[in-house]
Design a protein around this ligand. Structure first.
Ligand code: HEC
Length: 128
């Protein structure tokens, strides 16, 4: 097999590069770790069972809202929300906590940048 980049091979290589770029657009966990450090770590730990002003965000994906027995400060609103932290539910909550959970007590204005939210959610998905 020779290694000349024929036009056909170039097309395949370009398509693969485009797919890789798309996968990044769906959420880059390494970039999300930086978003977490900047926006969330003041109030949340990524460690299992370690609570700060907010509950630990270890293994959040797929978990019902307000379900950590070791965190005593959940709002009545979050407890009654009936939410499960799917990627979509998290995306809405992180876009605007106050409209996603009216009466909730997370003092965070929201992350407007959709790419930063996708990265952050990809990072949260690695915490398990
Ligand atoms: C100023 C402190 C603060 C900041 C900053 C903050 N949070 Fe929170 N967070 C809280 C508090 C307090 C709660 C509990 C809210 C309630 O009970 O209504 C909470 C709840 C949550 C929950 C629900 C957890 C559960 O067990 O149901 C998630 C998910 C969450 N925060 C994610 C984030 C992410 C991601 C960021 C960064 C973009 C962030 N928070 C920034 C304080 C904060």
């Amino acid at each position: 097999m020779d290694l000349v980049l024929t036009p056909a091979r170039f097309v395949v290589a370009a398509a693969l590069a485009a797919l890789t770029a798309q996968a990044c657009a769906a959420g880059n966990a390494a970039a999300g770790q930086d978003v977490f450090a900047e926006h969330c770590a003041e109030c949340h730990s990524a460690k299992d069972g370690k609570h700060k002003k907010g509950p630990s965000l270890f293994a959040t994906l797929g978990r019902p809202a307000a379900s950590l027995p070791g965190f005593a400060n959940y709002s009545a609103a979050l407890k009654a929300s009936g939410k499960t932290w799917t990627p979509d539910a998290l995306d809405a909550y992180l876009t605007n906590p106050k409209t996603a959970v009216p009466g909730g007590t997370m003092k965070y204005d929201g992350l407007a940048d959709a790419k930063a939210r996708a990265d952050l959610i990809a990072y949260l998905a690695t915490l398990k």
